[in-house]
Design a protein around this ligand. Structure first.
Ligand SMILES: Nc1ncnc2c1ncn2[C@@H]1O[C@H](COP(=O)(O)OP(=O)(O)OP(=O)(O)O)[C@@H](O)[C@H]1O
Ligand SMILES: Nc1ncnc2c1ncn2[C@@H]1O[C@H](COP(=O)(O)OP(=O)(O)OP(=O)(O)O)[C@@H](O)[C@H]1O
Ligand SMILES: [Mg+2]
Ligand SMILES: [Mg+2]
Lengths: 268, 268
């Protein structure tokens, strides 16, 4: 059965859709088959990214792999019991259609809703990207300095992840491997980066997640969206853009993420 | 009656809460009275920021102005008609309690819901921050290159803003002054910045918004969150952090935003 990777963070703009797309393309280029589900269908960033990729392939005949993609919209039914059932049916139908794939990747919204929580409950691996920022940190844990000591209280999103962990334990499923990944890292700002790094190490123990190497703030992570491409597609001749130091560094960052979540024996 | 500024963008992480806080503190320091409403109460970034500020004032006796703040949670009632009424009652009650203020600032969520749409309908000024990115642009307009020409189709968030504009026209209210502001601008990456700038100029005409000068990507915009402070508080002796080139530039960026939305005669 496919290994399921969920990319989640209730905090908006932490890099879920960006991380999802780069993960998906890496897996495809490793030769795996990949099914993708957009659980943030109304905003649809991942769906648009993949649509753009389809369009690029159709108009250029490029040899570029595209995942098998499904959008799952939130149920619009008013009755909350029925709407939850409908969410479950819609998600499970999409999963069934993609069940022959090696990997499934779910992109989730930057807000809390039943469909997103349901998606999280299926994670073998949960990847949570996060900006190097106290504002983003606040959704993982409230930080207070009490008598010179650091007090960390699990916050909204962490609580939700733990509820899914409990659910899975009750259902005797394998535990979620929770991986947190810093994103949009500044190439300067050493002090803030160090502070965030220390906080995340504390938090990793407290909330039982592990830290993966992150992505720097690099325009190459977003400028290829209109073509549906990523920097990983650029060693193919079809992409038509020249490589640079930043691209090489970005490529290594994506590779390190894959190694950290144990997805690329060959790449290691 | 108070002038109402709504900070909105359905796209997550575009900088709504950051922009809200810097706007609020600027207005307070100009001597205006400010009421603030967090319509993203579950995530509560703005509420937490203001809570931290309260705490800082209480523990240091600093002479630092704090806005009068309200959190408005989404109605949890299942019946959609009653839940919409409850949203309206909750928002209007908060507005009534703050009605003696010079300005009201509403922070809104990075997702679409009835409470957020309702909040948008009260805007005299709507400020939409946006990352310099095709992913963020996609929520304002779908961009397609058709026969060497740029085709711009209003996207989900723009459509919602236009619905609120139509509502206000029907109710004979004054039109919304829609201001879009680029945020987290890179200090390098000239080509992407130029491309985004051109797209936004086209879009401004098409969607009838104006472009305000934006904020650069600067750690000073986020590192003072734990103390509830902003760079604007730093010329006060209580803040305990030394100024730098980036702070001076950031201060000018905030001042330019205020001028652009016509809020600071004295500062101009
Ligand atoms: N490493 C990076 N370097 C440069 N830009 C990035 C990087 N990661 C993300 N971005 C940009 O940051 C913004 C937010 O990223 P993205 O849309 O992937 O986040 P998200 O968590 O999916 O947001 P939402 O909560 O709205 O779903 C986008 O404009 C994206 O292009
Ligand atoms: N100009 C800036 N410079 C540096 N960091 C910034 C800037 N603007 C925003 N940020 C950071 O970017 C992230 C997103 O900003 P913010 O939380 O204000 O966005 P938002 O639109 O309110 O997000 P949400 O959709 O989750 O409500 C935060 O980590 C914030 O600290
Ligand atoms: Mg997304
Ligand atoms: Mg916010």
């Amino acid at each position: 059965r496919p290994r399921i990777i969920v990319v989640g963070n209730e905090k908006g703009g932490s890099g879920k859709s960006t991380t999802s797309m780069h993960l998906i393309v890496s897996l495809l280029r490793e030769g795996f088959t990949v099914g993708t589900i957009d659980l943030d269908a109304r905003q649809g960033t991942l769906s648009r990214y993949i649509e753009n990729r389809q369009h690029f392939v159709q108009t250029t005949n490029a040899q570029i792999a595209v995942p098998e993609h499904r959008r799952v919209y939130r149920s619009a039914v008013e009755d909350s019991e029925i709407s939850k059932q409908e969410d479950r049916q819609n998600l499970e139908r999409a999963m069934e259609e993609l069940w022959d794939r090696d990997y499934l990747v779910f992109d989730t919204p930057g807000s809390d809703n039943h469909l997103s929580r349901l998606g999280h409950s299926y994670a073998d691996i949960l990847i949570t990207p996060l900006n190097d920022s106290f504002l983003d940190m606040d959704m993982l844990a409230k930080i207070e300095v009490v008598d010179d000591d650091l007090k960390l209280t699990p916050s909204t999103y962490s609580q939700m992840v733990w509820e899914q962990r409990q659910q899975r334990a009750i259902q005797r499923k394998r535990p979620i491997d929770w991986v947190v990944m810093r994103n949009r890292l500044s190439h300067i700002d050493a002090k803030n980066k160090r502070d965030m790094g220390l906080l995340l190490e504390h938090l990793a123990k407290r909330l039982q997640f592990r830290l993966a190497p992150g992505f720097g703030e690099r325009v190459i992570f977003r400028e290829l969206f209109p073509k549906g491409l990523t920097l990983l597609d650029l060693d193919s001749e079809d992409a038509g853009i020249s490589l640079s130091m930043s691209h090489v560094a970005a490529r290594q960052e994506v590779r390190s993420l894959l190694q950290a979540i144990g997805l690329s024996g060959e790449m290691a």
